[in-house]
Design a protein around this ligand. Structure first.
Ligand SMILES: [Zn+2]
Length: 226
């Protein structure tokens, strides 16, 4: 059990470093992971890209700190509400990239305008408030907006992605922003065409192969670690 938690901690630190290297997080943003025994591993109240192994904290399902040196993030209730509502979710990323804020305030959300957006074919809803998610009541509303999808935008604020492992979470986190960026570029040129369901299915079939994810991750990890 200890070894599993140690490897999750190492992966979480690495995910944060890639997000930082890609300029997807700055002083803010957070990543959490659901541990066994009703515990949550979390980056603490500090810039996520600067987090070292020793900084990680462990919370209970109400967001109270059980272990670790730092303090929980103010928006921890968003994470605890999503874990409560979604037993399938193992990890959560919350961040504030400009591209996500832009598409959220324009009210258009993220559409499948490129192959990197295929994973978002079920739609990315917009939580219609710029409030920071610092209470359980607001957390529950974000979880409700997310529903059974893999990402939600928060108007004028940022976005939140969920996955069942940290590799997929990193891929979702990068692809959500990249898709939004392409959408913003394309829509300035004219009407934007989105993928059909059949086109999405074709991409997802290729993306679901382990080697596609491996190649994606290897690239970003090598960019960060070299
Ligand atoms: Zn936030």
């Amino acid at each position: 059990m200890l070894n599993i938690i140690d490897s999750v901690k190492e992966k979480m630190v690495l995910v944060c470093k890639v997000l930082q290297q890609q300029r997807l997080v700055d002083g803010y943003g957070h990543v959490t992971f659901r541990l066994p025994d009703n515990r949550i591993l979390s980056t603490p109240l500090m810039p996520p890209g600067k987090v070292a192994l020793r900084d990680l904290i462990i919370l209970d399902t109400q967001g109270n700190k059980l272990e670790g040196p730092g303090e929980p993030n103010g928006e921890t209730p968003m994470h605890t509400s999503i874990y409560k509502a979604r037993p399938d979710v193992q990890c959560i990323l919350h961040y504030h990239p400009d591209e996500l804020v832009a598409v959220s305030v324009a009210g258009v959300g993220v559409k499948v305008v490129a192959n990197c957006g295929a994973q978002f074919y079920r739609g990315v809803p917009i939580f219609d408030s710029p409030s920071l998610i610092r209470t359980d009541a607001l957390g529950d509303k974000v979880a409700e907006a997310l529903g059974d999808r893999n990402a939600v935008l928060l108007r004028g604020h940022g976005g939140t992605a969920v996955a069942d492992n940290l590799d997929d979470l990193l891929r979702l986190g990068i692809n959500l922003v990249r898709t939004a960026r392409i959408q913003i570029m394309a829509s300035s040129l004219g009407p934007v065409k989105t993928h059909s369901r059949a086109e999405v299915e074709e991409i997802l079939q290729i993306d679901s192969r382990g080697k596609a994810l491996r190649r994606f991750l290897d690239y970003y990890l090598s960019e960060t670690l070299d």
